[in-house]
Ligand binder design. Structure first.
Ligand code: HEC
Length: 245
């Protein structure tokens, strides 16, 4: 064998190795079942129900969707909207590896998944679950494969008497919340949160509800239908005697 042929085949082998490395850098084909488990890391911020937006936009129909284009989500960053990315295997792989690197200045507070195998599994799951099909019941929070981490969407109009708020008074640093079962519970003012839920599962106007928050049992959130209700509802009153403040 001449030196020239030897060199040529060596060069071919090098090209082959580089091509092999290149191929391995392509997204792996993943396991959607494993991916469903990994989706727990996303479920606190993303639902798979169309237009059910939370901290992040619904991922129903994500496959093939242009980044930042879901009409019902008002909170996209300018960066994501201007990115011209279309979500598929490659773009999701780069996004999930490092959101901040792929689209700088985006609003997703998630550091990324360094493990390529895990990303591939998650992407396989998103392809199934986020391909625009109406999701199956087990894909939702409240039991099924994502039970646990996904927030549950109670219909706040259908809660029991112990959750229906009839009156709230504040005396100095203390709120006193009276519910429809006749009970009054005191809260330190820093432990009670006032929120609005304007969705179709939110409370009726003038009918706020209270839900426990946090692990310790000392915190709670009161949900109103609209923000202008909040200060109207809460009365300044100490020792059961009304007085203006
Ligand atoms: C702490 C909340 C949070 C977590 C956790 C989170 N995301 Fe997000 N995600 C967001 C927010 C907020 C946006 C919108 C970002 C923006 O507008 O810059 C977003 C955007 C996205 C988008 C783009 C959607 C679109 O309509 O263009 C995808 C895809 C996505 N996230 C996937 C995931 C996946 C998969 C996970 C789990 C590995 C995850 N996210 C975890 C909050 C989160």
């Amino acid at each position: 064998m001449s030196m020239r042929i030897l060199l040529a085949s060596f060069a071919l082998a090098v090209v082959g190795i580089i091509a092999g490395v290149g191929a391995r850098a392509e997204p792996l084909s993943g396991d959607a079942k494993q991916g469903a488990q990994l989706y727990r890391a996303c479920a606190a911020c993303h639902s798979l129900t169309p237009d059910r937006n939370m901290t992040g936009p619904s991922l129903a129909g994500i496959w093939g969707r242009k980044a930042g284009s879901l009409k019902s989500f008002e909170r996209y960053s300018p960066a994501l909207k201007a990115s011209n990315v279309v979500w598929g295997e490659n773009t999701l792989d780069q996004w999930l590896k490092s959101p901040a690197q792929f689209i700088p200045n985006n609003h997703m507070t998630f550091t990324g998944i360094p493990n390529a195998r895990q990303r591939a599994d998650l992407i396989a799951f998103l392809k199934e679950a986020g391909s625009g099909q109406p999701p199956t019941a087990e894909g939702q929070g409240g039991g099924g494969m994502m039970g646990g981490m996904a927030p549950q969407f109670h219909d706040l109009k259908k809660l029991g008497l112990d959750r229906q708020v009839r009156a709230i008074r504040i005396c100095h640093d203390s709120y006193f919340v009276t519910t429809a079962n006749g009970k009054t519970t005191p809260f330190w003012e820093a432990n009670l949160r006032f929120k609005t839920d304007s969705s179709d599962t939110g409370p009726l106007r003038g009918k706020p509800v209270i839900l426990p928050a946090g692990m310790m049992g000392d915190r709670a959130s009161v949900f109103f239908a609209a923000p202008e209700e909040i200060s109207q509802f809460i009365k300044h009153q100490c020792r059961g005697e009304a007085h203006d403040q």
